[in-house]
Design a protein around this ligand. Structure first.
Ligand code: AMP
Length: 281
């Protein structure tokens, strides 16, 4: 495995892989890798002759008030995990490599960005879409792997690929959870033991939603109430949003007659966590 820091080194490795007739799989990440990320890598490894992982804490997707400075950076351990998982190239650029002096070009995806995360983090998806397009241009992957954990992000990236005719396929990967149900996240390491326990209200509320749905409940509002009831019972939890929306448009819906998604953003102390559940009638 190669650990590289420049775009030209990636291009060199990609040219070699293409000359050898290999398909390219890309897993974009911000590092502090856990089993969720590694599951994306394993999927990429199965499907492709060449697997690239990018590790870049992308400053343009953080607001000035957010956790950019304290976001965990564990490059050595990350590289070791990638090596064990059979990655070919890890690309860990610095901010200067991705955003050199004078950089001023942005991807604004419409439709699925203004609501939910977009409302709480107004510049977030512009940063995400821009860095992902840049990474797609650097790696020119056949397949790029994204977790369903960041459900709205997945919608944004799929829309960008569709609307801009990008020549790659987005492969969604299911949420990987701790044995207690907490969705794995690099931010989980901010949680104290007490907060970790409190954070279980997210997955528990989704389990409640699932149970209601499976017993025949089809009212989005009723399922939303079930979810909020569980979250409200946890004193350490503060809800940013907890909604049931159309799984494709992310717009509110009344009756779940087509795929819907329960989307949660909840603050546990100073840590903001997201989770979700797809409901398919
Ligand atoms: P991040 O490093 O948080 O930007 O995440 C990089 C990629 O890993 C994104 O596509 C995430 O959706 C995905 N990911 C993060 N956590 C999980 C998880 N628990 N299960 C599945 N995918 C995940």
């Amino acid at each position: 495995m190669k650990l590289v820091h420049t775009i030209s080194e990636v291009r060199e490795a990609i040219a070699e892989a293409c000359a050898a007739g290999k398909t390219i799989g890309l897993v974009p990440t911000m590092g502090a890798l856990h089993e969720g990320h590694i599951t994306l890598v394993r999927n990429a490894r199965q499907d492709n002759g060449f697997v690239g992982v990018s590790i870049f804490v992308n400053p343009t997707q953080f607001a000035p008030t957010e956790d950019l400075a304290k976001y965990p950076r564990t490059l050595e351990e990350d590289a070791e995990k990638c090596r064990e998982a059979g990655v070919d190239v890890v690309f860990a650029p610095n901010a200067q490599e991705m955003y050199p002096e004078g950089f001023d070009c942005w991807v604004d995806v419409g439709g699925v960005t203004p609501m939910l995360e977009g409302q709480f983090r107004p510049t977030h998806f512009r940063g995400v879409a821009t860095v992902c397009l840049k990474l797609f241009n650097v790696f020119q992957p056949d397949l790029a792997y994204f977790g369903r954990k960041d459900y709205q992000q997945l919608c944004v990236i799929r829309k960008m690929v569709r609307d801009l005719n990008l020549p790659l396929e987005i492969v969604p990967v299911d949420i990987v959870r701790e044995s207690d149900g907490l969705a794995m996240s690099s931010r989980n390491r901010y949680l104290s033991a007490e907060e970790h326990k409190a954070a279980l209200c997210l997955s528990q509320s989704l389990n409640d939603a699932k149970a209601a749905f499976e017993s025949g409940e089809r009212s989005a509002m009723t399922i939303q109430h079930v979810v909020k009831h569980r979250l409200d019972a946890e004193p350490l939890a503060a809800i940013d949003y907890a909604v049931v929306v159309d799984a494709e448009t992310l717009l509110p819906l009344e009756t779940i007659a087509r795929p819907a998604v329960v989307l949660l953003a909840v603050r546990i102390g100073a840590t903001r966590l997201i989770d979700n559940l797809i409901l398919t009638p």
